[in-house]
Design a protein around this ligand. Structure first.
Ligand code: NAD
Length: 252
């Protein structure tokens, strides 16, 4: 497993869940990893885990919704590692639930700012860094919520549909620069985000996984493996796709 030798990988939201799993997988595949998160303690723990496993990683603080912060991240990673080859733009929040008639504008703005503006800003600043290297690969974390609708979490679903649109459009814009841009669309994955949803209650977990044909949660590692594949040369002709990693959720 050394198919990203010496590549520099940036992962946002790497202090927890799916991003942490991707950071670990990137390192296992030979990449040097920039572990970026607004939660600095979470990022530090991920770095420790990567180093314990024999990999190379450095923690960076970033708020993906803030352009100055994202620009500073790209600059700092370039200074630390000499450039950027692959990026997993993964930071996200679920926001508040409830019918559209009860959704606050504050919740709408916050979810869109982190989930959609965050991915926009990341790509805006990563693409020039990748052009400097002669190419690269970007994977954005969308969701099954970017492919289908559901009641009760409209800002989140809208933000993830936006991530799919951004992914396809930037893929077309950067294809001739040898920069591939794809999205992963996880179903229900066993992370702190889902734990917040279900409160760890067995009946709530069962109800949450019921739309998935496999009737179980996915693991963060199952998403990370898809991200690593999309960033590898094995996916050299794959760009602009939104890949479900969802145990059959969207197959039905
Ligand atoms: P998580 O809550 O475990 O991790 C999210 C990480 O993002 C946290 O470390 C958090 O600190 C970070 N983050 C939040 N706001 C940030 C900001 N403004 N700037 C930088 N970092 C920020 O959740 P997760 O399940 O690992 O989610 C990762 C991504 O996967 C999210 O985009 C989420 O929407 C998406 N997703 C999750 C699931 C699931 O079932 N867990 C399903 C589909 C999509």
């Amino acid at each position: 497993m050394n198919d990203l030798p010496d590549a520099v990988a940036v992962v946002t939201g790497a202090g927890s869940g799916i991003g942490r799993a991707t950071a670990l997988r990137f390192a296992e595949h030979g990449a040097r990893v920039a572990v970026a998160d607004v939660d600095e303690a979470g990022a530090a723990e991920t770095v420790e885990r990567v180093r314990d496993a024999g990999g190379e990683a450095v923690a960076f603080a970033v708020d993906v919704s803030d352009e100055e912060s994202v620009a500073a991240l790209v600059e700092a990673v370039t200074e630390e590692f000499g450039g950027i080859d692959v990026a997993h733009n993964n930071a996200g929040i679920e926001g508040e639930g409830g019918p559209i008639t009860e959704q606050s504008i504050e919740n709408w703005d916050r979810v869109i700012d982190v989930n959609l503006r965050g991915v926009f800003l990341a790509m805006k600043h990563e693409v020039p860094a990748m052009r400097d290297r002669g190419g690269g690969a970007i994977v954005n974390t969308a969701s099954v919520a970017g492919l289908v609708g559901a009641a009760g979490l409209t800002p989140y679903y809208a933000s993830k549909h936006g991530v799919v649109g951004l992914t396809r459009s930037v893929a077309v814009e950067t294809a001739e620069d040898d920069i591939r841009v794809n999205a992963v669309c996880p179903g229900v994955i066993d992370t702190p985000m889902v734990e917040r949803f279900t409160g760890g209650d067995a009946a709530a977990v069962e109800e949450t996984v019921s739309p998935q044909a496999m009737k179980r949660m996915g693991t963060p590692e199952e998403v990370a493996d898809a991200v690593v594949w999309l960033c590898s040369d094995e996916a050299s002709f794959v760009t602009g796709t939104a890949l479900p990693v969802d145990g059959g959720y969207t197959a039905q």
